[in-house]
Design a binder for this molecule. Structure first.
Ligand SMILES: NC(=O)c1ccc[n+]([C@@H]2O[C@H](COP(=O)([O-])OP(=O)(O)OC[C@H]3O[C@@H](n4cnc5c(N)ncnc54)[C@H](OP(=O)(O)O)[C@@H]3O)[C@@H](O)[C@H]2O)c1
Length: 430
């Protein structure tokens, strides 16, 4: 019978510091939740001489993460270094050594979840990952446990704080993308290389995790259609506002029969929808099910203390099971019957912004292209182009159309001669 639970951390950066602080400052409350004391036995970092935001005893600070995964006194390894490797290797080594694992690593869980959970089952240990999606928002545990009797039909989420901050500022200040990105970098909301965030890759990792749990099928990041925010301009925000929409980077997964369609892309959403009001670095996940209808999880998607809340919840869950309490969180069992649907099967409404030569007959020719592609136009606005009086800009909203017909229309418009440029095509999500 154990008299304490050994916890070993790998990584003490933004999230790790919050976890250490909480374990130390809330030790009495946590110990009473668990039934045994949590003992922080070791913390691995890259540079042990670095000044930390929270002081810990130098005796437990090491620069070799192998020491944590091989330490007999560690029952739970907490991986908080991020990235694919060595994080994956360390998680697998910990599991092989019979240790439970808690991680906040969306990339590793999205790409290698199936391998990790299978190895965890063989070794009779648990791997929990609440902090990997939505930072401090409890979303993984509700999907695995609280919504278990529901059939989930869709997930609609804003799960990347960096892009939501950029889009919020572009919408409210008519600010230019590159200016706002640079501000986000100065404020620490965006990395020096922002590719993973602005190209939708980070959101695709997170959506793959959510949809794997929601639809009980292996959905990888590469199964998700992914489009970033870099093509959006201040004009898109101006016109969207005039039409009653907000623009958000949405991560959406829907299931029709046995097909799951996962997609990350900028979308026009009606301004009165709750997701349209989720601003700045906040995150929100809306789940639609047969029993609950729509439920919305909303809150801080990142940050030291919010994310540490999710990490500690996982540590306590595992620690309680070690201490002899029941643990209801079991890794999900995945179905082989669910297939991934390609983006070409999507049918939705679209917003087109097109720069054209302002001359008689142009509208008719454009309408013919849409008609030939089977797309019906619901409304359009014509705008003068300040830069060039002989040209005009058309904003066209369509009725529901298929993705493949929209692809054909884009080609048809480009070949028309009177279209100077297709400024943007954005899907509408209602
Ligand atoms: N930041 C957030 O708000 C947030 C929110 C949700 C999820 N997450 C996830 O949480 C994880 C950690 O993110 P973070 O923001 O805390 O990262 P971070 O601030 O960059 O911290 C990374 C930590 O890992 C250590 N480290 C890196 N490579 C190492 C190695 N090979 N061996 C030992 N230590 C190593 C670093 O050591 P040094 O300190 O010595 O450099 C640092 O302490 C990532 O998976 C991230 O996606 C973060």
């Amino acid at each position: 019978m154990k008299n304490m639970i050994g916890v070993g951390l790998i990584g003490m950066g933004v999230v790790g510091s919050g976890v250490v602080k909480t374990i130390i400052e809330k030790s009495d409350a946590l110990n009473s939740h668990v039934g045994l004391p949590l003992n922080l036995t070791g913390v691995a970092v890259r540079d042990i001489s670095k000044q930390r935001s929270f002081d810990i005893s130098s005796e437990i600070l090491v620069n070799d993460p192998e020491k944590i995964v091989n330490d007999d006194s560690v029952n739970i390894v907490v991986e908080l270094i991020g990235g694919e490797n060595p994080a994956l290797e360390l998680i697998l080594a910990a599991v092989r050594n019979g240790k439970h694992v808690v991680t906040a690593n969306k990339e590793v869980i999205s790409k290698h979840g199936a391998e990790i959970f299978s190895l965890a089952r063989q070794n009779n240990v648990r791997v929990l990952f609440e902090a990997s999606v939505g930072g401090g928002i409890p979303i993984i545990s509700p999907l695995m446990r609280d919504l278990v009797s529901n059939d989930i039909s869709s997930i609609k989420a804003i799960i990347n704080g960096t892009t939501n901050y950029i889009l919020t500022r572009m919408a409210h200040e008519a600010a230019d993308y590159s200016v706002v990105l640079s501000d986000a970098q100065k404020l620490g909301y965006a990395e020096t290389d922002p590719t993973n965030d602005v190209e939708g890759i980070d959101a695709a990792y997170k959506l793959s995790i959510l949809s794997t749990l929601a639809f009980r099928a292996s959905i990888k990041d590469t199964d998700i259609y992914t489009e970033g925010i870099t093509k959006l301009t201040d004009k898109d925000f101006q016109y969207a506002k005039e039409l009653g929409y907000s623009i958000k980077l949405l991560a959406i997964a829907t299931q029709t029969n046995s097909d799951v369609l996962g997609r990350v892309h900028p979308a026009l959403i009606p301004q009165d929808q709750m997701l349209a009001k989720v601003d700045d670095v906040l995150n929100a996940v809306e789940i639609e099910t047969d029993l609950t209808q729509k439920v919305l999880f909303h809150g801080p998607g990142a940050g030291s203390m919010p994310t540490s809340s999710a990490v500690i919840a996982d540590i306590v869950n595992i620690a309680r099971s070690i201490a002899g309490d029941t643990d209801l969180l079991d890794p999900v069992r995945l179905s082989e019957d669910v297939k991934v649907a390609p983006i070409s099967t999507l049918s939705t409404k679209y917003y087109f912004r097109i720069e054209v030569i302002d001359e008689p007959g142009v509208l008719g020719r454009i309408a013919t292209v849409f008609g030939d592609c089977g797309i019906s136009i619901s409304s359009f606005i014509q705008k003068e182009l300040e830069e060039k009086a002989s040209d005009a800009e058309l904003v066209i909203m369509t009725h529901e159309a298929t993705e493949s017909s929209v692809d054909r229309a884009v080609v048809g418009l480009s070949e028309l001669g009177v279209v100077n440029r297709i400024g943007n095509v954005i899907r509408v999500v209602e």
